[in-house]
Design a protein around this ligand. Sequence first.
Ligand code: FE
Length: 286
Amino acid sequence: MNSITEIPPRLSRVIERLITGVATSDGAGVKLTRVLTGKLQQRLDPFLMLDAFGSDNPDDYIAGFPDHPHRGFETVTYMLSGRMRHRDSAGHEGLLESGGVQWMTAGRGVIHSELPEQQDGVMEGFQLWLNLPAERKMCEPWYRDFPDAALPEYVTGGGVTVRVIAGSSNGVAGAVSRERTEPLYLDVHLPAGATFSTALAKTHNAFIYVYRGAVQVGDTQVEAGRMGILSNTGDGVTMTTSVAARLILIAGKPLNQPIVQHGPFVMNTQQEIHQALDDFNNGRFA
Ligand code: FE
């Protein structure tokens, strides 16, 4: 793989706020950390949720997420380590394995299950919820698996490896693009002593979540297990590290539309939530 030369921003965004996730459990008892909670949905529009999971204790993950519905947004699951089987009512099925991404557009509604296909070992990864614009909330469900080897990746001259899950970074286009929300989703691996820069559209809300080591953005150190919300001033971000570090960097164009969430349904009005519940209870999901 050829190394690429980064274009540093004229002005790097800084860390506006550090967030510690909240320990919770979901599905049939999967232990996870909710990093992006409901309180941050306006600030980080178009993102609705980010969960980080990671455990080598099967009791924390083995029950998985049996059949449950979604409507009105997209779910993006990135598996760092582990195996999980997806099945949904739109007829899609896939096995998500280490290094792979599953992108599901729930649209007007799917019922799906996400169940571990491992008895032991480490399961680690992230699930991000990306909102759909009002006019796309009732679109046809869509689903795709991107195995490890199918994800575009680049290495900088400084030895930083970047996996481009969505959007584009330093001229490298990712696996997925979305017109309205223009999501950028990078997994960045920095060796000790490295610097990394990427451009960010000025209009886009952005954050990082560090999952190994620590990085420095401006004057702020972001440790593993912390989310750093990036300020909206600047045309990109530059980060440095003295230790080996890994993080995800996520950015997107805000929708600026009302967000009404009821569990796994995210719509624009209370009326649409009532409709979602009625449709689900009467078997009108796909
Ligand atoms: Fe789900």
